[in-house]
Ligand binder design. Structure first.
Ligand code: SF4
Length: 74
Protein backbone atom coordinates (compact mmCIF):
# COMPACT_ATOMS: atom_id res chain seq x y z
CA UNK A 1 0.00 0.00 0.00
CA UNK A 2 1.07 3.52 -0.67
CA UNK A 3 -0.27 6.26 1.57
CA UNK A 4 -1.49 9.30 -0.36
CA UNK A 5 -2.55 12.31 1.65
CA UNK A 6 -4.08 13.59 3.76
CA UNK A 7 -5.34 16.41 1.56
CA UNK A 8 -7.67 19.14 2.73
CA UNK A 9 -10.68 18.96 0.42
CA UNK A 10 -12.73 21.78 1.87
CA UNK A 11 -13.17 23.17 5.37
CA UNK A 12 -12.86 20.29 7.84
CA UNK A 13 -13.10 17.61 5.12
CA UNK A 14 -9.95 15.62 4.45
CA UNK A 15 -9.10 12.89 2.01
CA UNK A 16 -6.59 10.20 2.89
CA UNK A 17 -6.03 7.25 0.57
CA UNK A 18 -4.18 3.96 0.80
CA UNK A 19 -3.47 2.87 -2.75
CA UNK A 20 -2.64 -0.79 -3.45
CA UNK A 21 0.48 -1.26 -5.53
CA UNK A 22 1.13 -4.59 -7.28
CA UNK A 23 4.54 -6.16 -6.82
CA UNK A 24 6.83 -7.18 -9.66
CA UNK A 25 5.38 -10.68 -9.29
CA UNK A 26 2.04 -9.47 -10.64
CA UNK A 27 1.23 -11.15 -13.94
CA UNK A 28 -2.25 -9.58 -14.03
CA UNK A 29 -3.62 -13.01 -13.14
CA UNK A 30 -3.18 -14.09 -16.75
CA UNK A 31 -4.26 -17.69 -16.02
CA UNK A 32 -7.45 -16.57 -14.27
CA UNK A 33 -8.30 -14.01 -16.96
CA UNK A 34 -7.69 -16.63 -19.68
CA UNK A 35 -10.41 -18.70 -18.01
CA UNK A 36 -12.78 -15.72 -17.97
CA UNK A 37 -12.36 -15.17 -14.23
CA UNK A 38 -11.60 -11.91 -12.45
CA UNK A 39 -8.12 -11.17 -11.13
CA UNK A 40 -7.83 -12.37 -7.53
CA UNK A 41 -7.31 -8.86 -6.14
CA UNK A 42 -10.30 -7.58 -8.11
CA UNK A 43 -12.44 -10.47 -6.85
CA UNK A 44 -11.49 -9.97 -3.19
CA UNK A 45 -11.34 -6.17 -3.01
CA UNK A 46 -13.74 -5.28 -0.17
CA UNK A 47 -14.33 -1.80 -1.58
CA UNK A 48 -14.81 -3.22 -5.09
CA UNK A 49 -12.63 -0.43 -6.35
CA UNK A 50 -10.00 -2.52 -8.17
CA UNK A 51 -10.39 -3.56 -11.78
CA UNK A 52 -8.07 -5.36 -14.14
CA UNK A 53 -8.52 -5.10 -17.89
CA UNK A 54 -7.60 -3.40 -21.13
CA UNK A 55 -6.58 0.24 -20.55
CA UNK A 56 -9.15 1.55 -23.07
CA UNK A 57 -11.97 -0.23 -21.21
CA UNK A 58 -10.79 0.98 -17.79
CA UNK A 59 -10.34 4.57 -19.01
CA UNK A 60 -13.85 4.56 -20.44
CA UNK A 61 -15.36 3.27 -17.18
CA UNK A 62 -13.43 5.86 -15.15
CA UNK A 63 -14.60 8.66 -17.45
CA UNK A 64 -18.21 7.48 -17.12
CA UNK A 65 -17.95 7.41 -13.33
CA UNK A 66 -16.21 10.77 -13.24
CA UNK A 67 -13.82 9.55 -10.60
CA UNK A 68 -10.10 9.73 -10.14
CA UNK A 69 -8.18 6.54 -10.77
CA UNK A 70 -4.70 5.10 -10.33
CA UNK A 71 -3.48 2.98 -13.23
CA UNK A 72 -0.74 0.37 -12.98
CA UNK A 73 0.75 -0.96 -16.19
CA UNK A 74 2.88 -4.10 -16.29
S1 SF4 B 1 -3.72 -9.01 -10.78
FE1 SF4 B 1 -3.86 -8.71 -8.56
S2 SF4 B 1 -4.10 -10.75 -7.64
FE2 SF4 B 1 -3.38 -10.98 -9.77
S3 SF4 B 1 -1.17 -11.19 -9.62
FE3 SF4 B 1 -1.64 -9.02 -9.99
S4 SF4 B 1 -1.82 -8.07 -7.94
FE4 SF4 B 1 -1.90 -10.29 -7.67
Amino acid sequence: MTEVGPFNVEGDNWEWNFVPVPTQLCDLCKDRLAKGEKAACELHCLGQCMEVGPIEELAKKAAEKGTRVAVFLP
